[in-house]
Design a binder for this molecule. Sequence first.
Ligand code: NAD
Length: 346
Amino acid sequence: MARVKQKGGLIGCGFFAHNHLHAWQEIEGAEIVALCDRDEKRLKEAGEKFGIANLYTDAAKMLASEKLDFVDIATTVATHRPLVELAAKAGVAVICQKPFAETLSDAQAMVDACKTADVPLMVHENFRWQSPIRAVRAVLDAGTLGDIFWGRVSFRSAYDVFSGQPYLATEERFIIQDLGIHILDIARFLFGDVAQLSATTRRVNPAIRGEDVATILLDHETGATSICDCSYATQQPEELFPQTLVEIDGSKGTLRLGANYQMIVHADGQTQTLDVSPKLHAWARRPWHNIQESVFNIERHWTDCLNSGHEPETSGADNLKTMALVFAAYESAAADQKAIDVRRMA
Ligand code: NAD
């Protein structure tokens, strides 16, 4: 018997949602049957481009009129809580884009609302779903490197993100909330939960409001130390946007995920160089293809979870721990790199 498709409604047809919609078209077990955006022009454009006829300017009306299994919220952060609560009240499962919330109490309220309504909630925290990052994790899982004592997750670029996402230039908080959140989530994914952290930030680009450079030192519960460093003010001979580089030292060997998805694993005196390049989907465009592939991967994971009843890897509850790192980093940077006990926050 053919498996029934999960029916979804997408809220927010802006810059990034087009990646969601392209990826949904490739997911066998799900289908986006309705779109919603307050901006009629964007709504109509997305409807025409993706052949979706059921269009709404009001999310409540979409939820009342359509029989949906889930909503995919791709709006910016200020609208996440009302929209997640609306979907929970309607008994509909929810995917919500990052950053999940502007405060930990909003994040907790959304987790609670979905728990009370007994609907699954996943945060679209896609960076850990990049295939090069999964390849790094597979090496850790194989035990090749022994006990991990040090790591670095690094994203340094001078790419103009502001032309596609103008709101990034005007927000009081920029790089940790927008990009560092992904880097911190990768650190949790690779090295485990965090006990304490300290951080520094600075703004190099005078044309923007928030910080565009951050360096965060993490003490993991395993005893490993890691550094998460990110910058949108780093001009290099080769622009690597949007690649995340990883370095790991373990008791038996080392791993380096370097430029252009080349991964070097050195253990037991042997050195292996592996090409862990992401797949280039037909609709994807370099250099974004790495991120676009991760959108496909997380949407497929969500669909598998809905069908199996398993909790998504980046559930709302899980994402509270990543959000705690974001707020702790800002707190530390504001207090002259004070060490923040993260466990009291999450
Ligand atoms: P955007 O401003 O281009 O698009 C947001 C859209 O949502 C707009 O069209 C707006 O009209 C609509 N909207 C806002 N409130 C609404 C509401 N209540 N009901 C219906 N529509 C509403 O923003 P964007 O750049 O696409 O970013 C959206 C989210 O995606 C942000 O949270 C951003 O951080 C995130 N993002 C994630 C990644 C990633 O890799 N995970 C990459 C880029 C952006």
